[in-house]
Structure formats: structure tokens, C-alpha cells
Design a protein around this ligand. Structure first.
Ligand code: CP
Length: 301
């Protein structure tokens, strides 16, 4: 492991991913342990969150640690004009590890550079969401029995969706084939496609996926990220372009799982929820075990 902090998914190697998966499986079998006794974890959320914050907090509580932090920067001295640097240096005095979500791309890297304790990126703008990716890897491994040679469909907002950017980079170690399904305006950014080209990884781009979904091992649905649009008219044009419905899963592969980092808006119809191929709520549960594994790894426990 190159860094103590986890800011970008490429701070970890392929071997690191596999070790996290192994540890997550261990915590899934034994989720309640007292290994964080005396440790304080700070959760600083400058943007809204349900799963990331609460699964981190659940993970810490099950491991006997304590949580401090805020869920709204308006309740902190940021409201009085305090800088990110001063906030991080102060919170680092009170904690053993900082988990931070922030709207500005690069903010987590900056925080890790000024902090005396490790920083975990819980999402920085449209850039990266590495702990989501590690739980996605764990979910894919659990459901497919392997991470190798899978056909992965990424659907929706591939431009602003930080989860797909991190997942693409991580899965690139495992010889995947990618199918990117998005409207023109929300296509996978060029830098990620150049990255795949440099590694010789196959990818295809489509505007419709009903005719291809039968080839998928994983369908990774994403929400159109309203909060990243500067023009609300552009958001209205693309917000409901892809809606996965139960009937669309007929004839798909036995092993297919539908993942979504959540929250969803309309992109997965509720009639999919009872289909055994729907895996997004189990995926959110896997977040607890994976985040236990990440904390234990970073703190050398
Ligand atoms: N997947 C995810 O990041 O969800 P939250 O925004 O609820 O944390």
C-alpha cells in the first residue's frame, strides 16, 4: 500500500483490493469486534449522504470505536469562513482517522496532505468515490465468484458519476469488457477511455441498452447527478432517459446482478426490487463490512 490515506482508487494496488475483499468477508462473518476501542473516527460531510456516512458510522460502532463529526458544514465553523486546511488540521487533533465528503474535486487529496491522520475520501465532486468502489468489488466478487473477465454495463450519468470512474479504474486490473450506455451529453469522459485504450481494455458505447443487456454479467445503474448540472434545462432533458424495468431482465444471464450505488430516483423501476437479480440493497449492506475492512487496514488493526 503506497499511502495511508485512501483518496483515489489507484492509491491501492490489485493486491490491496483482494486483501480488502478478504478482510470484508472476515468482517461479514464477525461484524462485532472491539478492535477500535479508544479510537475516534471523524466523519466530515460537506455534502449530503445516507449510505456512506451511516455505513461508516455503523462499521465504527460495531468495532467499538467512537464517532465525531458533522453532517452539514453550516453547523461548523466553515460557516464563519474557516478554511478547509484549518478545519482538517483541527479535526486531526481530535481523531485517529478522517472520513470526508466534499463537493470540490481534489479536496480529499488536499486534506490528506495537510492532515496528521489518514484521510478517507467519501466522494470529492465528480472525481472519485474509492470506498464505494471497494464495496462494489466485494459485491461483484461475492455474486460472480470472480472479478476476472466480466462484461460490465455502466448505465446513465457516466460524465459526472464518480462511482463509475473509480469502478472503471479498479476493474481495469481484471480484464473486463465495458459497455457504456449514456446520452451523448453524459458520455464517459475521454480521459477514462484513453486510460482503457492504454491498457488494451475493450469498451463499447451505446445510447440504448435493451438490445445488449442479455450479454451482461453486471449492470451498474447510476443516477443522473442533478447537483452537478449548471443548467436545469439540460438536466430535465436527460434525467429519465434510462429506466430499468423488470420485463427487461427476461432472458438475461443467470449470473446477472443489477447494482446501483444509490440513491436512485427513477432509473430502476420498483418492480425490479423483488427480482433475484436486483442486488443494490445487499450492495449497500456490503458497505458496512468493506468499510470495516478499510478502517482496520488503514489503522493496522
Ligand atoms: N452510494 C452513496 O455514496 O450513497 P450516499 O450518497 O447516500 O452516501
Amino acid at each position: 500500500m503506497k499511502h495511508k490515506s485512501l483518496v483515489s482508487i489507484d492509491d491501492y494496488t490489485k493486491d490491496d483490493y483482494l486483501k480488502i475483499i478478504e478482510k470484508a468477508a472476515h468482517f461479514e462473518k464477525n461484524p462485532v469486534q472491539n478492535i477500535l476501542n479508544g479510537k475516534v473516527i471523524a466523519t466530515l460531510f460537506f455534502e449530503p449522504s445516507t449510505r456512506t456516512r451511516l455505513s461508516f458510522e455503523s462499521a465504527v460502532n460495531k468495532l467499538g470505536g467512537k464517532i465525531i463529526g458533522f453532517t452539514d458544514a453550516a453547523s461548523s465553523s466553515v460557516q464563519k469562513g474557516e478554511s478547509l486546511k484549518d478545519t482538517i488540521k483541527t479535526v486531526a487533533n481530535y481523531s485517529d482517522l478522517i472520513v470526508m465528503r466534499h463537493p470540490v474535486e481534489g479536496s480529499a487529496r488536499y486534506a490528506s496532505e495537510v492532515s496528521n491522520v489518514p484521510v478517507v475520501n467519501a466522494g470529492d465532486g465528480a472525481n472519485q468515490h474509492p470506498t464505494q468502489t471497494l464495496l462494489d468489488l466485494y459485491s461483484i466478487y461475492k455474486t460472480q465468484g470472480t472479478l476476472e473477465n466480466l462484461n460490465i454495463f455502466m448505465v446513465g450519468d457516466l460524465k459526472y458519476g464518480r462511482t463509475v470512474h473509480s469502478l472503471l479504474m479498479a476493474m481495469s486490473h481484471f480484464n473486463p469488457t465495458f459497455n457504456f450506455i449514456s446520452p451523448e451529453f453524459l458520455k464517459m469522459p475521454k480521459e477514462y477511455k484513453l486510460f482503457l485504450d492504454s491498457k488494451g481494455i475493450k469498451y463499447y458505447e451505446h445510447e440504448d441498452f435493451t438490445e445488449y443487456i442479455k450479454e451482461a454479467d453486471i449492470v451498474y445503474m447510476t443516477r443522473v447527478q442533478k447537483e452537478r448540472f449548471s443548467d436545469p434545462i439540460e438536466y430535465e432533458k436527460v434525467k429519465d432517459v434510462y429506466i430499468l424495468r423488470n420485463e427487461m431482465l427476461k432472458g438475461t444471464k443467470e449470473n446477472l446482478k443489477v447494482l446501483h450505488p444509490l440513491p436512485r430516483v427513477n432509473e430502476i423501476n420498483v418492480d425490479v426490487d423483488d427480482n433475484p437479480k436486483a442486488y443494490y440493497f445487499e450492495q449497500a449492506l456490503n458497505g458496512v463490512y468493506t468499510r470495516q475492512a478499510i478502517i482496520a487496514t488503514i489503522l493496522d488493526l
